[in-house]
Design a protein around this ligand. Structure first.
Ligand code: FAD
Length: 474
């Protein structure tokens, strides 16, 4: 018998529970991918994400072919494609791993119900998380809204199942089945027509092999000292696994398993890394239980917050790294060039947008959505709402990152700024952190860099605090 293995954000063979269910259940797996971005509601994947997915799907197909199978690619609607494939192949089962974006949860529930009504075995599995969002609840039975107790409960409940190794050969349906070949991957038009993504691939290699190589490099070179060095954006001190985890090219169980196998790694660094994975779990927990949060504040107090009106010129300056505040501009240029930004700098640029410029966090979340290769509805929503102060367990709104102090602390030798803003490389320290304070040197050494920041930092801070006070007392 045949089982459709419906690949989605789980583009791997290793430790892939849907594939495992097919193989262990004695089925011949028929691997399929259905492109249906309009089923994602208002959060259809952005441009950087699409560029990554194109390469990741190609890598998955290569891996399957090496093992005797192949990936068949179709364009949606998902339900009709799956039904047609069942009809052609005579498949008796459809297996997939779960996703947690609200529109997808609803769609998948509908698909499961429909397929089951047709008498098929339709089953979904946890392939993305250490804990399902419904596995953990407070003593009152409510979802957690604060990270520390969430993570404490998670650590107590922890069971680490052994990751599953995919077999070396994977059977494919024989030619007797008139299964459609599907589309060439190029037909999905995920890859950019112009190669604006070239810089991404100097840093990243999409696919399972790239994910394993990134994990190996991290374990060999950066796990030791991670707890402190992870905040220094000029260093390669974090794992850069986020896009690989988002696309499910490596399972989080596999990451944990490999981490724990490194008995030489300092326990404090290992614990800190696991805690970061914990934030990922927490973000998915929140998205599942509070599905409105990609579009509106989790904390209702901010319902009537006085955000500044959207100002396209200011937003554009922020997006393209022309605010005049070097650490902010460096981060935004790193993002545009590589599809990724260091976590510390994400917090700085987000805080600057929501507080100093008082723009609604949604503007920032949308730009990140389009430009990040790791754009993830759970992590992005939680990252923005946390920084804006509107989310669960958020930094209080009145606590603002001062971008100059942040740069001095975390980029003390100005290397990160110089890498992404080469026009400032000749500006001596400490002027590089706040070049507007010496307009003559700035004009002489970096004539193309903005002479003044978009807003005076002290004035921006005061205006944000005033808006917060008005909202807090209303
Ligand atoms: P590492 O330090 O190596 O951490 C390991 C893994 O833990 C990461 O790959 C990631 O999966 C997870 N992780 C780490 N920090 C966080 C966090 N704060 N929240 C959730 N998961 C975390 N991460 C995304 O994956 N997608 C996003 O769209 C996203 N948007 C963000 C937006 C803002 C405004 C902020 C402040 C953070 C955002 N993050 C997002 C979280 C974080 O910045 C990235 O996960 C991290 O920088 C990825 O780099 P890394 O893999 O080297 O991290």
């Amino acid at each position: 018998p045949i089982a459709l293995v419906w690949f989605r954000d789980d583009l791997r063979l290793d430790d892939q529970p849907a594939l495992r269910a097919a193989i262990d259940g004695g089925y011949v797996p028929l691997p399929v991918y259905v492109h249906a971005p309009d089923e994602e509601g208002s959060w259809a994947p952005g441009a950087a994400s699409n560029a990554w997915r194109h390469r990741s799907l190609a890598a998955l197909d290569r891996q399957l072919r090496e093992r005797g199978s192949r990936l068949r690619v179709f364009a949606g609607p998902s339900l009709s494609i799956l039904q047609a494939l069942v009809a052609f192949s005579g498949a008796q089962a459809v297996f997939w791993t779960r996703r947690y974006a609200p529109a997808i949860e609803q769609r998948d529930t509908m698909i499961k119900r429909t397929l089951r009504r047709q008498g098929l075995r339709a089953e979904s599995f946890n392939g993305a998380l250490l804990f399902e969002p419904w596995d953990l609840a407070t003593q009152q039975g409510d979802p957690y809204r604060v990270f520390t107790p969430f993570w404490k409960a998670a650590v107590q409940a922890w069971r680490t199942p052994r990751p599953w190794d995919a077999p070396v050969r994977i059977a494919a349906p024989d030619d007797g089945h008139a299964i459609p070949d599907g589309l060439p991957l190029e037909a999905l038009r995920l890859a950019p027509a112009r190669p604006w993504d070239a810089g991404f691939w100097q840093r990243f290699t999409p696919g399972g092999q790239g994910a394993r190589a990134a994990l190996d490099a991290f374990l060999d070179e950066a796990i030791e000292g991670y707890a402190t060095a992870r905040d220094v954006p000029a260093r390669r001190a974090t794992s850069r696994l986020s896009p690989h985890l988002h696309f499910g090219e490596i399972s989080v169980q596999r990451v944990v398993d490999r981490l724990r196998a490194r008995s030489d790694a300092p326990p404090g660094d290992v614990a800190h890394y696991l805690r970061e994975l914990g934030w990922r779990e927490f973000a998915h927990h929140l998205l599942h239980h509070f599905p409105h949060t990609p579009d509106s504040n989790l904390n209702p107090r901010f319902q009537d917050f006085d955000w500044a009106p959207a100002d396209e010129a200011r937003l554009d300056a922020w997006r393209h790294g022309r605010t005049g505040v070097p650490i902010v501009d460096a981060g935004m240029r790193e993002l545009y060039a590589t599809g990724w930004m260091h976590n510390r700098v994400r917090m700085i640029v987000a805080s600057y947008l929501c507080k100093h410029l008082r723009m609604h966090w949604r503007h920032g979340a949308r730009w990140f959505w389009d430009t990040l290769v790791d754009a993830d509805l759970a992590n992005n929503t939680q990252g923005w709402q946390w920084t804006a102060g509107t989310g669960a367990d958020a930094a209080p709104y009145f606590r603002m990152f001062n971008p100059v102090t942040q740069a001095r602390s975390f980029d003390p030798d100005g290397r990160y700024i110089a890498r992404w803003l080469p026009e400032l490389a000749g500006i001596p320290l400490p002027l590089r952190f706040a070049p507007w304070t010496d307009p003559r040197t700035l004009a002489a050494l970096a004539p193309d860099y903005p002479r003044q920041p978009l807003v005076d930092l002290a004035a921006g801070r005061e205006a944000a605090l005033a808006a917060y006070r008005a909202c807090a007392s209303s």
